[in-house]
Design a protein around this ligand. Structure first.
Ligand SMILES: Nc1ncnc2c1ncn2[C@@H]1O[C@H](COP(=O)(O)OP(=O)(O)OP(=O)(O)O)[C@@H](O)[C@H]1O
Length: 393
C-alpha cells in the first residue's frame, strides 16, 4: 500500500473508504483492507436497476459486517433512460464521494484489477485514443473531494478470488458481468493472453509519455496562465496551444472530460469561440493573449441551496450560510448593477458566478466579490489542471 500512499493515520475520524459491489474483487479488497487498517468503512451502492439489487446490497453489507467492517448501503435515485452504464457509473461515484465526505474519508479504494486495466487499454486502442487514454486507469486519481485509489491494479483477478476462497467467504456474481451486449464483457471473455500482453506494453509506454507530457504542460501553464479566483483564466500568447487550451477548458467548465482533439484544434485555429461550455476570446483590457471564461448559456439552472450542494460542477456553497428556501444559480441578470471594471472581472466571469436567489431576486452575492459578497462559495471543480495522477510524482 506504500506505493499508492501517503495515508492518513489509522484513526476513527478518518477511515479509509471501500467501494464494495459485493462481487469477488471488491469483497476480497475489503477483506485485505481490514487486515491492513482498523478504521475502514465500506459503501455498497444499490443502483436499484434490478429487482434483486436491494437484497444483494443488504447481503453484502451483512458479509462485510461479519468481517468486522462497518458497511453502509447507498441507494441511488432512478436515473433517466439511455447510456445506462455511463449514467450508473457517474451516479455511483457521486454517491460514493458524498458518503466519503460525510464519513470523513479522504481515500476511497476500488477493486479494479489487472484484467480490467487490459480491457480498458484494449478498448481505448480500438477507439483510436492517444497516450492519455492508452495509459489506462491510474492507481491514484483525484476526484472532487476524494482520492480514488486502485491498489489491485497489478493483480490478476484469480488472486483476489483465491484470497476469498482461502478465507471461506462467498460473493455475488452479477449477471450483467456476463452480458455480451456490453463491449467490455465481450473483450473480457475474448481477449487472449497474448492480446493482454500487448495491452500491457501499450499501457506502460503510454504512461511514460503521458507523464512527460503532463510535466511539460505544467511548466507552460505555470509560465503563461493566470487563474483568477472568480473562475476564469488569462492565458498569455506563448501558452496558446492545443494541450493547454484542452486542460483549461476542462478546468473552467468544471467538467471531467476534455473536448476532442479535433474540436480543440479548430478552436485554437479560429482564435476564439466556445467549446465544452467555455468561451475563449481575446483578453482585451486584461492584456495580450486570451481569456477562458465559463459560457453563460452552458451553466446549470437553479438548484436548491442545500448544505454542501455543488452547483454547475464548479462551486460549492458553505453549509451554514444557505437559507433553506434559497436557490443557487448564475448571477446573470443580477450582475447588471455591478461594475465589472471596478471589480476587475470580465463581465462574462461576473455573470457566471454563483449567487443566492429567492423569488427571482438575488439575495446574496458570492464572497469572491471582495467587499460586496457575503455568501461563502468555494471552487469545487472536479479535477486539478495537471498533476491529478499519482504517477506524476
Ligand atoms: N454497486 C457498487 N457499490 C460499490 N462499489 C462498486 C459498485 N460497483 C462497482 N463498485 C466499485 O468499482 C469497482 C469497479 O467496478 P466494476 O463494475 O468493474 O466491478 P464489479 O464487476 O462489480 O466487480 P467486483 O465487485 O468484483 O470488483 C469495483 O471493484 C468496486 O470497487
Amino acid at each position: 500500500m506504500e506505493n499508492v500512499g501517503p495515508w492518513l493515520p489509522d484513526v476513527a475520524e478518518a477511515p479509509v473508504g471501500l467501494a464494495v459491489s459485493g462481487g469477488g474483487d471488491s469483497l476480497a479488497l475489503a477483506w485485505l483492507a481490514k487486515r491492513w487498517r482498523h478504521h475502514v468503512v465500506a459503501f455498497v451502492v444499490d443502483h436499484a436497476l434490478r429487482v434483486e439489487s436491494a437484497a444483494e446490497a443488504r447481503l453484502t453489507a451483512r458479509r462485510l459486517q461479519v468481517m468486522g467492517i462497518d458497511a453502509r448501503v447507498l441507494k441511488l435515485a432512478p436515473f433517466p433512460e439511455g447510456r445506462l452504464q455511463e449514467r450508473a457509473r457517474d451516479a455511483r461515484f457521486e454517491a460514493l464521494e458524498e458518503a466519503c465526505v460525510e464519513a470523513g474519508c479522504l481515500d476511497l479504494l476500488v477493486a479494479h484489477h489487472l484484467h480490467d486495466q487490459d480491457e480498458t487499454v484494449w478498448m481505448r486502442q480500438h477507439a483510436g485514443s492517444g497516450p492519455s487514454g492508452l495509459a489506462g486507469m491510474e492507481a491514484v486519481a483525484l476526484r472532487g473531494r476524494i482520492r480514488i485509489v486502485r491498489p489491485c491494479l497489478m493483480l490478476p483477478p484469480e488472486r483476489l478470488r483465491a484470497t476469498l476462497r482461502a478465507a471461506g467467504l462467498a460473493w455475488i456474481e452479477d449477471p450483467s458481468n456476463q452480458n455480451r451486449r456490453f463491449e467490455r464483457v465481450r473483450w473480457r471473455q475474448d481477449l487472449s493472453s497474448t492480446q493482454r500482453d500487448h495491452a500491457r506494453e501499450w499501457q506502460v509506454a503510454a504512461q511514460v509519455l503521458r507523464c512527460s507530457e503532463d510535466r511539460k504542460l505544467a511548466r507552460i501553464l505555470a509560465e503563461s496562465a493566470v487563474w483568477h479566483s472568480a473562475g476564469w483564466v488569462h492565458l498569455k500568447p506563448d501558452g496558446i496551444k492545443d494541450n493547454t487550451i484542452a486542460a483549461l477548458i476542462r478546468l473552467v467548465s468544471g467538467q471531467r472530460y476534455r473536448p476532442s482533439r479535433e474540436q480543440v484544434q479548430a478552436l485554437v485555429s479560429r482564435g476564439q469561440g466556445t467549446l465544452g461550455g467555455v468561451m475563449m476570446r481575446p483578453a482585451g483590457r486584461f492584456g495580450d493573449g486570451v481569456m477562458l471564461v465559463r459560457e453563460e448559456r452552458a451553466v446549470e439552472g437553479l438548484v436548491a441551496a442545500k448544505a454542501g450542494v455543488l452547483w454547475d460542477g464548479r462551486w460549492r456553497g458553505a453549509a451554514d450560510a444557505l437559507p433553506a428556501d434559497g436557490m443557487i444559480g448564475a448571477l446573470g441578470e443580477g450582475a447588471f448593477q455591478l461594475d465589472a471594471r471596478r471589480l476587475r472581472l470580465p463581465v462574462s466571469a461576473l455573470r457566471t458566478l454563483p449567487a443566492l436567489w429567492r423569488n427571482g431576486q438575488v439575495i446574496g452575492l458570492p464572497d469572491v466579490l471582495e467587499g460586496i459578497g457575503t455568501v461563502p462559495f468555494v471552487w469545487a471543480g472536479g479535477v486539478p489542471v495537471t498533476g491529478e495522477r499519482g504517477s506524476m510524482t
